[in-house]
Design a binder for this molecule. Structure first.
Ligand code: ZN
Length: 213
């Protein structure tokens, strides 16, 4: 904050009015297991439906349905025949963290649960509590993926880092998530039309401030 104040005092004053848990990673809550402020899921979805947004309602919904179907099947294809227990992309992150973990040597602090460790490498100092699932760098707490400090502690107690990954990254969770399917639909000419309950199109009106097309 002091650096920000020195760089731009107006910005520093503005940030004082916003709770630190909304913009500062050390203050993020850990229950969501996400270390990003904005995941951009809405932006990604908007980008995907860009070509359909101007279409009438049925082609619009068809376009969204095709996008969702494609996304679900691509996940299923990825997991088909995959034998690991952790989702492949997360497994790659763990692999990278394992390489970094070789540079760290934790010191056990003598607790009965063998879960409290400390690190000092001359430059950085960190505390780990495996039982509480926390590291003072907060990368494990925030992401749920064992970071290098945690992995070196896990190796110290002769266990595997994969056993400490949160459930949301397990292959079984992904399979459950994408277990449902979106069924195909017939073209409109083949649909049953109920003349008694024909739905009228909505009234066209332009919201204030929207540009003319
Ligand atoms: Zn750490």
């Amino acid at each position: 904050m002091l650096r920000m104040k020195a760089m731009k005092e107006d910005a520093w004053k503005d940030m004082l009015d916003v709770s630190a848990c909304h913009w500062s990673r050390p203050h993020f809550r850990t229950y969501s297991k996400c270390d990003l402020q904005v995941k951009n899921m809405c932006e990604a979805f908007n980008r995907e439906i860009l070509e359909h947004r101007e279409k009438p309602i049925i082609p619009l919904l068809e376009g969204i349905k095709h996008y969702i179907t494609k996304r679900m099947t691509s996940h299923k294809e990825l997991l088909h025949g995959y034998t690991g227990s952790i989702y492949p992309k997360i497994q790659l992150v763990i692999k990278k963290n394992k390489k970094q973990a070789q540079e760290w040597s934790p010191a056990w602090h003598g607790d009965d649960d063998i879960s409290i460790f400390g690190f000092i490498n001359g430059v950085e100092t960190y505390c780990v509590d495996l039982k509480k699932e926390v590291c003072s760098c907060r990368k494990w707490d925030l992401s749920g993926i064992p970071f290098c400090h945690i992995i070196s502690c896990i190796w110290k107690i002769k266990k595997q880092p994969e056993d400490y990954v949160v459930a949301c990254y397990m292959k079984s969770t992904f399979i459950d998530t994408y277990s449902n399917i979106v069924y195909p639909t017939n073209e409109p000419q083949l649909c049953h039309i109920d003349d008694l309950n024909t739905m009228a199109p909505p009234m066209m009106r332009r919201a204030i401030g929207r540009p003319k097309k």
